[in-house]
Design a binder for this molecule. Structure first.
Ligand SMILES: Cc1ncc(COP(=O)(O)O)c(C=O)c1O
Length: 396
């Protein structure tokens, strides 16, 4: 599908739809007129097949207790195999009401109060919350930036694991907010360190389908011929891929039977909820018939990324843009142009957008922002043009 055709068919005005991104601007940012480029969902209707499947279910008019739709596993398994060459067995797949819910359950299930949990910062802020809210010790290893690409510091990771007796490592792959798709070698190195020190790994792969550059996503499940299956939990969801976060359906994939049984007990104790039938119906249809839709969305994100990158490089080279390999979330470092304490004023009062601020992801990241590119190009173009227009007022 051509980009213009996709946009004319799927772009949607989300005002007054109880959208967190659009309808909570006053509450969250103090200004309802900003253009929202913060929370990670899209201004595109979900794939038609998903909507049709939901309509059909709604016509049934009954929303009683449910079981997982019959074809779900096969459809999801085929998607995982085709797009990422992941081998999935049906027993490994459990359901939850969202990846963040799973992170909270996992922290509670597999660690004790005051245990140390490792994350690589800057990282999606609920990772921090799931550790701190549950009274665990947050251990952060900083990613190291080199020419716009963020890398793991393996020596630091290992030292922090040993020094703090880390029990659990939560990794983000692809990494929100710096856009990395980790290579197999990087994944193997960090997984090997964890294995050596008996650290259980949770790999949040919710952004797995959002591949922007040439690099293909590799699941922790597949690294070195499934070598790390014994100490691994992978969480995924159709919510980023098909823009259906509000339907509250996600996956917890656990190859090791003992860990899987422990998770089931933990879920009963800490988050005893049922599955989302509407979420599963929409997801199954999207995994079956939504590939063309996804490819079209990816093209829009690529276009938006190239636009931001090229325009800023040409007109405001003081602003550094991360190399976007995966996710639709672009990490932008404004510190070369704007004093960190003036970033909010620049972003909201001048550029007129709502973004996720760097300090939400890591303490020393004040002055960076995260831009959501899964939107209509006109919003991105306006924002970038405003950045260019007002940059002169901030130039040192
Ligand atoms: C890395 C990561 N994990 C989890 C989530 C949220 O998942 P859910 O809505 O299923 O809780 C997001 C949303 O942006 C994310 O970026």
């Amino acid at each position: 599908m051509e980009q213009e055709e996709f946009i004319s068919k799927y772009a949607v005005d989300r005002h007054n739809t109880s959208s967190l991104k659009w309808d909570a601007l006053e509450e969250r940012f103090g200004n309802a007129d900003l253009t929202p480029m913060w929370v990670a969902d899209m201004e595109f209707k979900e794939p038609k097949a998903a909507t049709e499947a939901l309509k059909k279910r709604v016509e049934n008019n009954v929303y009683g207790y449910s079981v997982v739709p019959e074809g779900y596993f096969k459809t999801y398994q085929a998607w995982q195999k085709k797009r990422h060459n992941i081998r999935l067995e049906s027993e490994w797949l459990l359901f939850d009401n969202g990846v963040v819910s799973s992170l909270y359950t996992l922290v509670n299930t597999f660690t004790q109060p005051n245990d140390a949990v490792l994350i690589l910062t800057p990282v999606y802020y609920p990772f921090h919350d799931a550790i701190k809210d549950n009274g665990r010790r947050l251990i952060a290893s900083q990613l190291v930036e080199e020419d716009g690409q963020f890398n793991m510091d393996f020596a630091d990771i290992e030292r922090k694991i040993v020094e703090n007796d880390v029990k659990l490592f939560i990794q983000c792959s692809p990494h929100n907010p710096v856009g990395r798709i980790w290579t197999e070698k990087e994944l193997a190195t960090v997984l090997e360190i964890c294995r050596k020190h008996h650290v259980l790994v949770v790999s949040d792969e919710i952004h797995q389908d959002i591949e922007i550059g040439k690099r293909k996503f590799i699941s922790a499940l597949s690294v070195e011929d499934e070598k790390f299956h014994n100490d691994l939990i992978v969480v995924t969801s159709p919510s980023k891929t098909f823009n259906m976060a509000g339907l509250l359906n996600s996956h917890v994939i656990i190859p090791n039977e003992k860990i899987r049984e422990q998770f089931k007990i933990g879920k009963n104790r800490f988050n005893h909820t049922d599955e989302s039938i509407l979420g599963q119906i929409a997801a199954e249809a999207a995994y079956r018939d939504g590939e063309e839709w996804l490819e079209a969305v990816l093209e829009v994100i690529r276009t938006n990324y190239q636009y931001v990158k090229n325009q800023l490089a040409a007109n405001v080279p003081e602003i550094k843009v991360a190399d976007l390999q995966g996710t639709y979330l672009l990490w932008v470092d404004l510190r070369g142009l704007v004093a960190p304490e003036q970033v909010r004023q620049f972003v909201q009062d001048k550029v007129g957008i709502a973004v996720d601020y760097g300090e939400w992801f890591g303490e020393d990241k004040l002055g960076c922002i995260r831009l959501n590119l899964a939107t209509e190009p006109q919003f991105i173009e306006n924002a970038v043009q405003n950045i260019v227009k007002f940059a002169g007022q901030y130039r040192k």
